[in-house]
Ligand binder design. Structure first.
Ligand SMILES: *Cc1c(COP(=O)(O)O)cnc(C)c1O
Length: 385
């Protein structure tokens, strides 16, 4: 008999969601509009110390709306971190533009500002500047936004912060997701808090948020009938989901604390194993430790991160390799990448361990024991050989 599956990053409800949902059902605001949706937008903007937020159906949709506002044309280029989930780059392609990838900085795993500067200099010398920069806060750690913004400002290129994984993290004392022209967050089920799906675009640029709402609601021109002079999308968030999101936003700080506790537990119990290291925390801010990422050097550890993943899976425990860099993805193989070997090496050795905020000490201990067992087995094997 198997024990219940330990997931990588499952939802963790607070209990308040049910009461919020009951209120929504009683009020009949079961629609992509309603008081909970308005409240969620206000609460999220306040949390990020930003002026405006528009809640939408996903983080991907939020990023699409930010790019839509820039009126990209076919042949335009948009810079994007390479070490990320495909959703950071897909909306660039929705808009007919071409992604150009930038490698990670070794110490933060996020976009390397020096490589960005090199790339922009090369673009400028060809008289073809990228139209936007999508910079990702990977695994809950903010990118170095001051450095990125400074370089982008030299060339007057708007910066979009993909903070889908970084809600609750900080950058130089401010909330992650508050440092760029626009930022996007996600309430997908695997993120640090969830609404069961959904996302938001956040900005101090009122016109951007207004236009995003316009495009998210089928681009309806002001008229009593349905009048359209642009093609829009149906990207609104349901008020039902907003009620869940509101309850979750209330416990965000608790969730960050729990995920950071997971990280410390793993580091304490596994950090001394030969060949094992963990994702570093940048000096400039607090990582929310959305996922605990372990790196395994097989020449020292005696087994690969894939051997660990398979052993965990045998015990019904989910773990996953680090994001495969986008420049290695078949769908983006035609796109340029500046650098790439840092992200490639992180992909080659990185394993995301179970990181849910409801993990018990017993479960964490079990994961650690299994990782240790892979190492000791390999040692025995190599002694016998
Ligand atoms: C999850 C995620 C997204 C997309 O969010 P959805 O709400 O799932 O569309 C975008 N970027 C990154 C880095 C993510 O991890």
């Amino acid at each position: 008999m198997h024990s219940p599956r330990i997931f990588l990053s499952p939802p963790h409800l607070s209990g308040q969601e049910q009461a919020n949902l009951a209120e929504v059902l009683a009020s009949n605001w079961v629609a992509p509009a309603g008081p909970q949706l308005d409240q969620l937008e206000k609460a999220l903007a306040a949390r990020l110390l930003m002026k405006h937020a528009a809640a939408v159906s996903s983080g991907t949709a939020a990023l699409h709306l930010a790019l839509r506002h820039l009126n990209l044309a076919p042949g335009d280029e948009v810079i994007c971190s390479t070490l990320t989930f495909c959703a950071s780059a897909n909306p660039i392609v929705y808009e007919g533009a071409t992604p150009v990838f930038i490698d990670s900085d070794r110490s933060t795993w996020n976009m390397d500002p020096n490589l960005l500067e090199e790339e922009l200099r090369a673009c400028a010398s060809r008289h073809k500047l990228p139209r936007a920069i999508v910079v990702v806060d990977i695994f809950g750690q903010s990118a170095d936004l001051d450095a990125i913004n400074a370089i982008a400002a030299k060339y007057a290129i708007p910066v979009i912060e993909d903070a889908a994984e970084a809600l609750g993290a900080t950058y130089k004392g401010r909330p992650a997701g508050s440092a760029a022209w626009a930022s996007i967050v996600s309430f997908n089920g695997n993120k640090i808090i969830t609404a069961g799906g959904g996302g938001a675009i956040v900005s101090n640029d009122e016109q951007l948020i207004e236009r995003s709402r316009f495009f998210a609601t089928q681009a309806r021109d002001p008229a009593p009938h349905y009048e359209h002079s642009s093609v829009g999308y149906n990207y609104r968030m349901s008020n039902v989901l907003a009620a869940i999101g509101l309850a979750q936003l209330d416990v965000l700080d608790d969730r960050v604390a729990s995920r950071r506790r997971n990280f410390e537990f793993y580091q304490q119990h596994l950090g001394e194993l030969p060949g094992v290291s963990f994702m570093p925390e940048a000096r400039y801010g607090m990582c929310n430790r959305w996922l605990t990422v372990m790196q395994v050097d097989p020449s020292q550890f005696g087994a690969t991160h894939e051997a660990i993943r398979l052993r965990l899976e045998q015990q019904n425990i989910e773990s996953r390799p680090v994001w495969k860099p986008l420049h290695l993805q078949p769908v983006f193989s035609h796109c340029r990448c500046r650098g790439g070997h840092i992200a490639e090496s992180l992909f080659a050795s990185g394993l995301c361990l179970p990181s849910g905020s409801a993990l018990t000490e017993c479960e964490l201990t079990k994961v650690c024991e299994i990782v240790e067992s892979v190492q000791s087995n390999q040692e025995l094997a190599s002694c016998a050989a």
